[in-house]
Design a protein around this ligand. Structure first.
Ligand code: SF4
Length: 401
């Protein structure tokens, strides 16, 4: 525990909320999902791989969406490795390991969004390994015309709704779907409040804490998660932490396989205030509300939010805007002094995007550095030295050179 963490924990009424959040994050065998199913007999739990799936669509038919972020640094890979070549990322191996050892048995189905070839291949393996479970690839649109990509997405969601209803989910009901959208919007507003507080006073909400609080929502209904986030924000506002003279940085590239918590804490200990990141991007993917009035078609509203308000990320086609412009804009908005690219090793989307993003940062004269990790990385000394050198250089000279 760092000096700063120790101080925060001693005087911190938010500790209890963080402990609860940590429990959800560490719940790799999905005991909370089992409990939810006992409390809601007959309802389905539907897992999904990162980054984004339309969670309110699932809640609108009574399902519990469950984010699947692999095994982190908690799972020994015994069988999972035998399904993959050595030069790909780690998350599919640990996900398969968890599935094969029964940890994911409470899931009635899994959605595989179209973010990369690895996830596409995993969806095929899943169908072969678990033929009795529902599995569906979700081809998210890369055409942002409402008449093309929008209609395609609405039709694809309708297909998934039909499939899940056939397996026991509620029949589609527009009012229930609108209620689910409203709950998602409220959760999103709470997360925005958390992010705003972190940008304004990063010493009050550490990135590693915001990460736990956000990630806990991966297996909670939106309304339950909103309550937890708001509890934490209220408690964090009451803190009296010491203010450190850290460098304000953005972290990009960790949108799918997540870095170990120890890595995030290492960056903090190296003098970085992470004021913005793309960890847990799925819960923040839509910027602002999904706009859906009382007489609007909720499925079209979800599709339009994806088309119009989806965040720029490596798995989303950027048509008109210059590549990297969104990142430079984010740096300016949160008044960051530099960017740390932290991508999972062998993550094609993140690592193919990175040179273009670095070029955009160079043009804007924004310092940056990069590192790679695996979800089970256990040694952080080299990362600490690299991040420390970066933060010192930015602090002293305003650049990483
Ligand atoms: S870490 Fe990257 S390559 Fe691996 S599954 Fe996720 S997006 Fe795909």
């Amino acid at each position: 525990m760092t000096e700063q963490e120790a101080e925060n924990t001693t005087n911190d009424p938010a500790s209890a909320v963080l402990a609860r959040a940590r429990h959800f994050v560490d719940d790799l065998t999905l005991t909370e999902v089992v409990r939810w199913k006992q409390d809601h007999p007959g309802r389905l739990a539907v897992g999904y791989m990162p980054i984004y799936v339309p969670r309110p669509m699932l809640e609108g038919i009574g399902c519990l969406p469950v984010a699947m972020f692999g095994g982190g640094d908690q799972v020994d890979i015994i069988k999972g490795d035998s399904f993959y070549q050595s030069y790909i990322c780690h998350i599919p191996r640990s996900t398969l390991e968890l599935a094969l050892n029964g940890s994911l048995d409470s899931l009635d189905g899994v959605l595989f969004p179209s973010i990369c070839d690895v996830i596409r291949n995993l969806s095929g393996m899943w169908q072969m390994l678990f033929p009795e479970k529902y599995a569906s690839y979700v081809d998210l649109p890369q055409n942002f015309d409402p008449e093309l990509g929008g209609k395609f997405y609405v039709n694809d969601m309708a297909r998934i709704l039909r499939d899940l209803t056939a397996r026991g989910a509620w029949q589609y009901d527009a009012d229930k779907m609108r209620a689910a959208i409203k709950a998602e919007n409220s959760r999103r507003a709470a997360l925005q409040e958390l992010d705003t507080l972190r940008v304004k006073e990063p010493f009050r909400v550490r990135a590693s804490e915001a990460y736990l609080v956000a990630r806990a929502g991966g297996l909670l209904e939106a309304a339950v998660h909103e309550k937890l986030v708001r509890e934490f924000v209220a408690a964090a506002r009451e803190r009296a932490p010491r203010v450190y003279d850290n460098v304000r940085v953005l972290v990009r590239g960790s949108f799918c396989e997540q870095p170990p918590l120890g890595l995030i804490k290492t960056l903090e200990a190296a003098g970085c205030d992470i004021v913005d990141d793309d960890f847990q991007l799925g819960l923040r993917y839509i910027e602002g509300d999904i706009e859906c009035g009382p007489s609007d078609d909720p499925m079209r509203a979800i599709a339009m939010a994806f088309l119009r308000r989806g965040q720029a990320t490596a798995s989303r086609y950027i048509a008109d805007e210059e590549k990297g412009a969104a990142l430079v804009k984010s740096v300016r908005e949160v008044e960051a002094e530099g960017v740390i690219f932290a991508a999972a090793s062998f993550c094609d989307p993140a690592l193919l995007d990175q040179p273009m993003l670095e070029t955009a940062l160079d043009r804007a004269k924004i310092p940056h550095t990069s590192l790679k990790f695996a979800e089970n990385t256990g040694q952080f000394q080299v990362i600490r030295e690299q991040a420390g050198a970066f933060s010192d250089a930015v602090k002293l000279w305003g650049s990483a050179a």
